[in-house]
Design a binder for this molecule. Structure first.
Ligand code: TPP
Ligand code: MG
Length: 636
């Protein structure tokens, strides 16, 4: 079959399917594009001519970073069983995808990136937007994708597609290896014709494996549980991708083990499941953090154990033992864990067959007590008693109100700022897909494109994007895309006049407020310490084609949210919140370095506090120092 590289690629992508648990679906059902001279006549032509015929629609974004965020959210919401392709023009268009590519890779989420590249034949060198590296002449800006991709290749000749594509798809569909997959496509090669074998375009089903863990590893985990009196499970995103919630609930109930949640794992168990003890770590709640600090065994399931989860290695006992259930050996081994490398659902099922010992009644009562107290704390935070003189809704109240209009069919989306920490504490997930917060890369600007990605993955879903004023100002232009696609999307802009999360961090570390609040520069001081810069978010959102309202009081916010869901369309609700009145921390810490010397006494005091806290960091992460507890050694 004679087709251009672009046309062959479109036909091939449309013939790929994924299958897990007997359910087959299109692996790459749609694409994103921003066209330029690098791809308009190559891949752009192919998507135009063949897209309708093979059933591969293309969405047009306003910003390449945003379209990759949307694709990442699409894959995350699809449990990594569906992927979107993203094509961008040569040079800046392609490089704009870089940030979101890193986000996808860090979050273990598949995206297929098709950056355009400089001419393979080099005839017009230097083509518009070519880097022209002075000593490495074959290097292009796309080489910057290498460190942020799980697979990278460049197609200098058409026939290279034949070996490259199966490898690219293997990585996209492998739960342990997945992330950004990048195929750089020189602009002339995209348009070149080649005679392709018919077999290339036959329907191909990619089996997404549920790898079973090594039996000896499951036995080792069973022994650890049998010897533990205070085990704690940490549920990460892998639990959700593996659809392991039902067996996780059974493990928790039968064995009497509490389940703490990470940002990506929130929703693994419903908020009101008796063994869901809430978030753990730097932004953890009282129940999970108390249990973490006294646990003798931590079973980390499907989590990368980032610093937010481990409270920068200060959340756990020095002598706590770890087990890691993870599809990726890289993650399973963290903290010197007994690595149980396998699919979360399959491994938990194997664990149940091994019938480990259950915990004591006393431990279970303690879990129930801590959970009840935490649940009360959440209610107090989202429904504070009215205090005369305080103006406006607090961020916690806003979160509580948004949560109250959401149900099991709703998904809330967020990524950066002060909201992820508050949401993970306060949000009550009624469904495994209720909570979509990107906190692996915590990339400002993810929020609105992610709302589009989730809507495309599950059009019937009620989607609410929560976004700070800072993130909104950084990347809001996909509102136009959502309008063009006639999506139903609610966007709540929480306006606290600046980067208040970083402002709080800055001042808590002793430095006076600097550059984080959105204020006018004052001629007298020469600093940005004047009045708030007024930004009319309502007028802005309307200008982009959305419906928009500003609300101030609780009933108005609730009414606006209900109306947004009922009326449909892109609806932006702007709510101003005070800069103070924050959700507190609960016995937690986050390692952020403080200047070791400064003339400012506030900084010096913060440094002294910092050094005391660093002393709590868990030193032993090699698994070896505790081997004398091992049952097999005791028997010797
Ligand atoms: C792309 C990107 N740039 C910078 C940061 C660092 N950063 C984290 S939160 C934040 C401020 C966010 O402001 P806003 O969205 O208004 O949320 P708020 O902190 O006020 O809650 C910044 C600058 C980031 N996470 N992502
Ligand atoms: Mg803000």
């Amino acid at each position: 079959m004679k087709l251009t590289v672009g046309q062959a690629l479109v036909r091939y992508l449309a013939s790929q399917y994924s299958e897990r648990d007997g359910v087959t679906r299109r692996l790459i059902p749609s694409a994103w594009a921003i066209l330029g001279h690098g791809n308009v006549a190559g891949l752009g032509q192919a998507l135009q001519e063949l897209g309708p015929e093979v059933g591969l629609p293309t969405y047009r974004a306003q910003n390449e970073q945003a379209m990759v965020h949307a694709a990442a959210a699409f894959a995350k919401h699809s449990n990594r069983l569906m992927v979107q392709a993203c094509t961008a023009s040569v040079g800046p268009g392609s490089l704009n995808m870089l940030t979101a590519a890193a986000g996808a890779t860090i979050n273990r989420v598949p995206v297929l990136l098709l950056p355009s590249d400089l001419f393979a034949n080099r005839r017009p060198d230097p083509v518009l937007q070519q880097l022209e590296h002075p000593t490495e002449h074959d290097v292009s800006v796309n080489d910057a994708f290498r460190p942020v991709s799980r697979f990278f290749t460049r197609i200098w000749r058409p026939e290279q597609l034949l070996s490259a594509l199966p490898q690219a798809l293997r990585v996209l569909t492998d739960p342990a290896e997945t992330g950004a997959v990048t195929i750089a496509l020189p602009e002339d090669v995209q348009a070149e014709a080649h005679e392709w074998p018919a077999a290339m375009f036959e329907r191909r089903v990619w089996q997404v494996p549920r790898r079973t863990a090594d039996a000896a590893a499951v036995e080792a985990l069973t022994r650890l549980l049998n010897n533990s009196t205070r085990p704690l499970i940490i549920a990460g995103g892998g639990v959700i991708y593996s659809e392991a919630s039902v067996v996780l609930a059974r493990v928790a109930e039968r064995l009497g083990v509490p389940v703490a949640e990470t940002q990506a794992g929130k929703g693994s168990l419903r908020w009101d499941h008796p063994y869901n003890v809430g978030p753990v770590g730097s932004t953890g709640g009282s129940a999970a953090n108390e249990l973490a600090s006294s646990a003798d065994l931590v079973i980390a399931i499907g989590t990368r154990l980032s610093d937010f989860t481990t409270a920068s290695h200060s959340a756990f006992r020095q002598d706590a033992r770890f087990a890691g259930i993870n599809v990726s050996a890289f993650d399973a081994h963290k903290q010197g864990a007994v690595a149980v490398v396998g699919d979360a659902r399959a491994t938990l099922e194997a664990l149940m067959h091994a019938e480990p010992a259950a915990t004591s009644q006393a431990y279970r009562s303690q879990i129930a007590g801590l959970k009840a107290a935490w649940d009360d704390t959440v209610i107090r935070l989202v429904q504070p008693p009215a205090t005369p003189g305080t103006e406006g809704l607090s961020q916690a109240e806003v979160i509580g109100i948004v949560n109250s209009v959401c149900d099991a069919d709703s998904t809330v989306i967020n990524a950066a700022g002060s909201m992820p920490g508050d949401l993970v504490k306060l949000w009550r997930s009624q469904d495994v897909k209720a909570y979509h917060v990107e906190y692996g890369f915590s990339c400002m600007g993810y929020e609105i494109p992610a709302g589009i990605g989730v809507k495309l993955a599950e059009p019937q879903r009620h989607v609410v994007v929560l976004i700070g004023d800072g993130s909104y100002l950084m990347l809001n232009s996909e509102i136009v895309t959502a309008v063009a696609e006639a999506l139903d999307l609610t966007i709540v802009v929480v306006d606290n006049h600046g980067f208040q999360s970083i402002n709080s961090l800055q001042t808590s570390l002793g430095t006076p407020s600097f550059l984080n609040q959105l204020r006018f520069r004052t001629p007298a001081s020469g600093q940005l310490d004047g009045a708030n810069v007024p930004v009319d978010f309502v007028a802005h959102a309307r200008a982009l084609g959305a419906h928009a309202v500003a609300v101030h009081a609780a009933p108005d916010l609730a009414a606006a949210l209900v109306a947004a869901r009922r009326e449909g369309g892109v609806r932006v609700v702007v709510v101003e919140t005070p800069m103070t009145n924050r959700v507190p921390g609960f016995s937690s810490w986050w390692d952020v370095p403080v200047a070791a010397t400064s003339q400012d006494s506030g900084v010096a005091a913060a440094r002294a506090r910092y050094e005391r806290q660093v002393a709590n960091v868990r030193e032993h992460r090699f698994g070896t120092v505790r081997e004398h507890h091992d049952e097999s050694e005791e028997q010797q």
